[in-house]
Design a protein around this ligand. Structure first.
Ligand code: ZN
Length: 457
């Protein structure tokens, strides 16, 4: 036993020696320019500040800014137009947009044990910005379309975020811009730890805080959010400790203020006023039950329906649709939509959904329609009935038209949903025509032509 033990100790020592100095990470392949990161961040910041309640307490905001700027100025991080704002959210999170804007949740301030831990999260986020992880990931995921978009004449007019929305890139749940890979996480830890050491914070505090959060996942609400976009690369404390010999020496005694006092300010904040769509509409992907957060994509400027039509043939029906809208079939439904009408996370901003609910008994059109509407109201946010069901006929079958409105996946928009339910004997066949309220009337004749073209096999 003893002999083996000695062997193990020797082996550990060798591994430690072998760790060596890790090279500081650099930004990866990117089709966006640094200036475009900055422009994009500014545009997204406007969206964020419409959805979150930004805390206006000067003492608190100044404190967070002093920590952030200390990390930037002394930490040797590349310069971006950084700013730091506190948002009133109980979950333990902070996020930085490409190009610099950073938002710190009040829940994070409550959870930090010391200033070093708060600085650690900021240093980690700042590193994502400097390493341009968001746009690097967007580049890798959408290279072909981005080459066309960023290289073409398209760019220059209008907003960058509007153009990105057309590729389905926004700040919605699982956004490619804010959900990082494990590799990006270790890089942000490493660069962030070096910046902390230079700025006079103990770099191990960052890793310690992440490990503390990890241990509390599941036991405490509001932690899962962090790890859903910053996956744990593992052994964080050990990784930082291994690199300590290569980092700026202490003393690690930086202090920009009294964290306990800041916690007291946070505790006394009046409840945040309700934002349109709710503060949780941020699309930060809390992953809890219910309708789930809507993405906050920017509404495309113009959506048209081409006069040229093509026919989609499903198993039981066919429908003609504009040739610039594409039909795609899912497990139980067919979606016909323009590319710009599809929003991250499977939401549809413009388009038509076609599906059917099979029944053991004969369809009762009115009852079954009411049940379908109730289901839609449960799965979508803020559904309102605009008009009672009206009888029509579709392809010779009795049908009902019901008009609803609900929250659109586009930021600050409501949408019209016209639901057409058709009695097919042993199945309730239905179509939902979807467009933001301001656009619906213009597209309605097109939707009507599509409905008129339906033929059942
Ligand atoms: Zn991260």
């Amino acid at each position: 036993m003893r002999k083996r033990l000695t062997g193990a100790i020797v082996l550990t020592a060798l591994v430690l020696l072998a760790a060596g100095q890790k090279k500081l990470p650099k930004p990866g392949w990117n089709l966006f320019s640094k200036e475009q990161d900055v422009q994009m961040g500014r545009e997204f910041a406007k969206q964020i500040e419409q959805q979150f309640h930004v805390v206006s307490n000067k003492e608190l905001t100044d404190y967070v800014n002093r920590i952030g700027m200390r990390l930037v100025d002394r930490g040797g991080l590349e310069k971006y137009p950084f700013f730091f704002k506190v948002v009133q959210e109980d979950s333990i999170n902070a996020f930085a947009l490409p190009g610099g804007p950073m938002y710190v949740h009040t829940g994070l301030i409550k959870a930090a044990d010391n200033e070093g831990q708060l600085a650690g999260v900021l240093a980690h986020e700042l590193s994502h910005v400097v390493l341009r992880h968001g746009t690097n990931q967007a580049t890798k995921a959408n290279a072909t379309q981005l080459i066309a978009m960023l290289g073409g004449a398209v760019l220059g007019s209008g907003s960058l975020t509007g153009q990105l929305a057309q590729l389905g890139i926004g700040l919605g749940a699982n956004s490619v811009l804010l959900k990082f890979s494990r590799g990006a996480e270790s890089d942000a830890d490493l660069l962030g730890a070096h910046a902390m050491a230079k700025a006079g914070y103990n770099p191990v505090e960052m890793a310690r805080f992440f490990e503390k959060l990890e241990a509390e996942t599941g036991k405490r609400s509001g932690v899962a959010e962090w790890f859903s976009s910053h996956p744990n690369p593992g052994n964080r404390v050990k990784s930082v400790e291994e690199q300590l010999p290569y980092m700026a020496r202490g003393p690690y005694d930086a202090s920009e203020g009294d964290l306990q006092k800041m916690k007291a300010i946070v505790a006394k904040l009046p409840p945040a006023p309700k934002k349109p769509g709710g503060a949780k509409g941020s699309g930060q992907g809390s992953g809890q039950g219910g309708p789930g957060p809507l993405p906050s994509a920017q509404k495309p400027v113009s959506i048209s329906m081409s006069a040229n039509t093509v026919t989609y043939r499903g198993g039981a029906f066919s429908i003609s649709h504009p040739d610039n809208w594409k039909a795609s079939s899912g497990q139980n439904s067919v979606t016909i939509a323009p590319a710009e009408g599809l929003v991250e996370g499977g939401h549809i901003g413009f388009g038509m959904i076609i599906s059917a609910a099979r029944s053991q008994r004969r369809v009762n059109l009115r009852q079954d329609t009411e049940q379908l509407i109730r289901q839609l109201a449960q799965n979508n946010s803020n559904v309102k009935l605009e008009s009672q069901p009206e009888s029509i006929t579709v392809a010779g079958s009795p049908a009902l038209v019901t008009r609803l409105t609900s929250d659109s996946p586009y930021a600050n928009n409501r949408e019209t949903d016209v639901v057409i339910t058709i009695d097919r004997g042993n199945a309730l066949f239905y179509l939902i025509c979807i467009a933001p309220e301001p656009d619906f009337q213009r597209l309605e004749p097109g939707f009507q032509s599509m409905v008129r073209s339906i033929r059942f096999e």
